[in-house]
Write a protein of this length. Structure first.
Length: 189
């Protein structure tokens, strides 16, 4: 978003919309593949379905990260804090409701999606007040964004593989409880 000359409102709006469109398409493709791959593993059906539902939440969350970059450039980071607080309040309230009604793992997966939707909705509305944004599927903008972003994207992908590959292997070899105990410290990282 901070490309030279991006200060022009129309150009900045086009770049932001392009980043949102690119993130939507790439996330949908990658999370769609991941949602199919989860069925190749011997997880219980409820875990597989929950993973597919959670991929929707990850998709929504990935769009929110683009808007965080927008707010970092514009400086009203209070909007990000408000979105985070609202989504957590929604998450806790809905989780309580699902747990009290014995909604199970699938219900909690939908709660996560709802929390991410609350987060994105607040960020979208707050960003839209600053700049009238909309999704942009302009491949010329996408090519420019990819040109600048591929080193960071590669680093993030390698980092994810580094931190998660062992958990994936363990999930096939060991009971879920052991994998959960092993994976918990990664949340801190």
């Amino acid at each position: 978003l901070s490309e030279p000359g991006a200060e022009a409102p129309d150009r900045e709006r086009k770049i932001l919309g392009g980043a949102l469109g690119l993130r939507l398409v790439t996330s949908a493709v990658l999370l769609g593949i991941a949602s199919l791959v989860v069925f190749a593993f011997p997880y219980p059906r409820v875990v597989q379905i929950s993973a597919v539902i959670l991929s929707i939440g990850f998709l929504v969350n990935s769009l929110g990260t683009i808007l965080i970059g927008f707010f970092q450039k514009q400086l009203p980071m209070g909007n990000v804090a408000i979105a985070d607080v609202l989504s957590k309040i929604g998450l806790v309230g809905l989780a309580w409701l699902v747990i009290s009604r014995d909604g199970g793992l699938i219900g909690l997966a939908w709660v996560t999606v709802a929390g991410n939707i609350i987060y994105l909705a607040w960020l979208w509305m707050a960003a839209h007040k600053i700049k009238k944004i909309k999704l942009n599927f302009d491949t010329a903008v996408w090519k420019r964004l990819i040109k600048y972003a591929w080193p960071l994207a590669t680093t993030i992908a390698l980092n994810l593989i580094y931190f998660k590959a062992d958990i994936l292997f363990l999930s096939v070899l060991r009971p879920a409880r052991e994998v959960g105990l092993y994976a918990a410290p990664y949340r801190l990282l």
